[in-house]
Design a binder for this molecule. Structure first.
Ligand code: AMP
Ligand code: MG
Length: 268
C-alpha cells in the first residue's frame, strides 16, 4: 500500500498509521543509488540558479526524535551543495538573551536572505515539542504558539521564502538500534548523551506532541512532509526529490548580462 508524504490540510495525523520502514517501490539501497546521485546533482544546479537569481530563498526545517537522522540528512543530501549558498543552523535550548525575546526572534534572525538556502536542524517547533512535553512554559503560553507559527510561516512565504518541513519518522526500535550503534563505536560516543536516554522515556508524549504539530501546522503554504526514515537511503531520496520539486517550481532565471558580450575578444 502506498503511503502519503503530505497529508490533506486539516486532517488529524495519527503516526501509528505511518510505517517508518516504508520504502515505496524500492527494496534496497542499491535500487536508488543512481537516482539519489542524479537528484543531488540537480540540487547543486538549482542552488546555483537560486543564488544567481536572488529573488527567492529556501528554508528547510528538519524535526525528528533523537537519532532520527537530521545530521545524516544534512550530510548526505546537502553535503555537496556550494557552502557559499547554504547555511545550517542548529538550535539548542535558548540562551538567556534568546529567552528574553519572543520565542520566534532567534529563528526569524536566522531565516534565509534572498538567494540562500538555510537548513534548520531543529526549529521553532521545539517550542511546542520539548517545551510541551516538559512543561517548560505554561500551557497558556505554548498553546498559542501553533497559530503564531502558522502566521510566521505565512509571512515568510509571502516575502519570497519557500518552506520545506520534514518530520523524519523513525520507530522506537530503530532509535534503540541507532543508540546502541553509537555506544558500540567509540568515535560515535560524542553523539550520545544521558539526555537521549531521558528523552526516550517520553517517547509516547513526543509522538503525541508531534501529531499535534503535524495536524495543526500542516498548512497550504507550508505543508509537513512525513518522511519514513528507518531506511536512511529512502529518507535521503524522498527529501532530495522534494527539494528538487520545490526549487523547480520557482520562477527563476540567470540574470541578464550587463550588456551584449559577443564582441569581446580576450587578448593573449
Ligand atoms: P542536539 O540536537 O542533540 O544537539 O540537542 C539539542 C537539545 O536542545 C535537545 O535536547 C533539544 O530538545 C533542546 N532544544 C532545542 N530547542 C529547544 C527549545 N526551544 N527549548 C528547549 N530546548 C530546546
Ligand atoms: Mg542529540
Amino acid at each position: 500500500m502506498s503511503q502519503p508524504l503530505i497529508v490533506p490540510i486539516g486532517e488529524k495525523v495519527k503516526l501509528a498509521d505511518f510505517d517508518p520502514s516504508y520504502k515505496g517501490k524500492y527494496k534496497r539501497k542499491r535500487d536508488v543509488q543512481g537516482k539519489l546521485r542524479k537528484t543531488i546533482n540537480k540540487i547543486i544546479e538549482l542552488q546555483e540558479l537560486l543564488y544567481s537569481d536572488s529573488n527567492n530563498s529556501l528554508l528547510i526545517v528538519l524535526q525528528a526524535m533523537d537519532a532520527g537522522g537530521k545530521d545524516g540528512t544534512i550530510k548526505h543530501v546537502m553535503g555537496a551543495v556550494n557552502p557559499q549558498g547554504c547555511d545550517v543552523k542548529n538550535f539548542k535550548a535558548p540562551s538567556v538573551e534568546e529567552a528574553a525575546h519572543d520565542f520566534l526572534w532567534r529563528y526569524h534572525f536566522a531565516a534565509p536572505r534572498k538567494g540562500k538556502i538555510v537548513i534548520f536542524n531543529r526549529s521553532y517547533y521545539e517550542d511546542v515539542l520539548v517545551v510541551r512535553v516538559h512543561n517548560l512554559v505554561q500551557k497558556t503560553v505554548w498553546s498559542k504558539r501553533y497559530n503564531q507559527i502558522n502566521n510566521f510561516e505565512k509571512m515568510l512565504v509571502e516575502n519570497g521564502t519557500t518552506i520545506l518541513k520534514f518530520y523524519l519518522h523513525i520507530s522506537k526500535d530503530e532509535q534503540k538500534k541507532r543508540f546502541e550503534d553509537r555506544l558500540n563505536r567509540t568515535n560515535k560516543h560524542w553523539k550520545f548523551s544521558d539526555a537521549d536516554l531521558r528523552e526516550r522515556q517520553y517517547w509516547d508524549q513526543y509522538m503525541e506532541a508531534f501529531e499535534v504539530v503535524l495536524s495543526k501546522c500542516n498548512t497550504k503554504v507550508a505543508p509537513w512532509h512525513i518522511v519514513p526514515a528507518n531506511n536512511k537511503w529512502y529518507r535521503d531520496l524522498v527529501i532530495g526529490k522534494a527539494i528538487v520539486k520545490a526549487l523547480e517550481g520557482l520562477d527563476m532565471k540567470y540574470p541578464e548580462p550587463e550588456r551584449d558580450f559577443s564582441d569581446i575578444e580576450i587578448k593573449d
